[in-house]
Write a protein that binds this ligand. Sequence first.
Ligand SMILES: CC(C)(COP(=O)(O)OP(=O)(O)OC[C@H]1O[C@@H](n2cnc3c(N)ncnc32)[C@H](O)[C@@H]1OP(=O)(O)O)[C@@H](O)C(=O)NCCC(=O)NCCS
Length: 235
Amino acid sequence: MSTPGRPECEFRSAQHGGCLMSAVLDADARYLRYPSALIDRLALPDGRRVVVRPVLGDDALATQDFVRGLSLDSRRNRFHIALKELPPATLRQLTDVDHVGHVAIVAETLADDKHEAAIVAEARYVREGGDTHFAIAVADAWQGMGLGRALMQRLLRYAARHGVVRLVADIADGNTAMLRLALSFGGRVAASSPHGPGVTRVVLHLAPPAATRQPASPSARVPRVCLNPPSRRQR
Ligand SMILES: CC(C)(COP(=O)(O)OP(=O)(O)OC[C@H]1O[C@@H](n2cnc3c(N)ncnc32)[C@H](O)[C@@H]1OP(=O)(O)O)[C@@H](O)C(=O)NCCC(=O)NCCS
């Protein structure tokens, strides 16, 4: 069946039952939206190095390996349920992102003669239902080295630059590390959580990029994430 307003497609894929041409155009659009500004290299205090980059569609296997490798506690803190690995649909959702409503970055080790590259952390925000949700996870052996903070910093800066003014993180009770991390970025504990007891919602307000407010000084052109709680900013 043709879609009103769209030319009839001449290229159909038997496997996907869809139009190959529109699949190619979708892939092109995604490629053009790929937020390469998020690509970076990081060196941890112990000398380990990672590449930070937006997630790709073909990161599914590496993402599954990453999730399987997390400790039970880390998996529960990240996904709020005790899963061993991600169901295929969730895996696809986490890796097949549009880079607009859903922006995700991973930290990946560098491949060498002995080791393949591996994902050791991921962070993302997803705009849904009027809220923008933030989530992050760092492989256990990489925790406590500043990687979580570095990813969060980059993602929040990117979010602010792209019009996100408010983010929420739903944090399982007892997850002190994430709570502290979120509060250290100016997050505030919400009065109630839509998920009920056992989960704390932290709300982060982001300042718009400084360039749009104060174009005068060179430093004002650098977008930054506001670290002040909104109550202070309103004064
Ligand atoms: C929460 C998490 C992402 C933090 O990442 P990380 O790389 O270990 O954190 P960092 O080393 O960057 O530390 C950042 C801050 O987190 C807090 N923090 C980290 N580890 C902590 C710990 N064991 N206890 C208390 N606070 C801790 C501190 O405030 C720290 O800042 P500081 O070093 O300036 O004091 C990581 O612990 C993790 O992946 N946990 C499992 C998954 C999860 O809980 N995800 C959150 C879902 S919303």
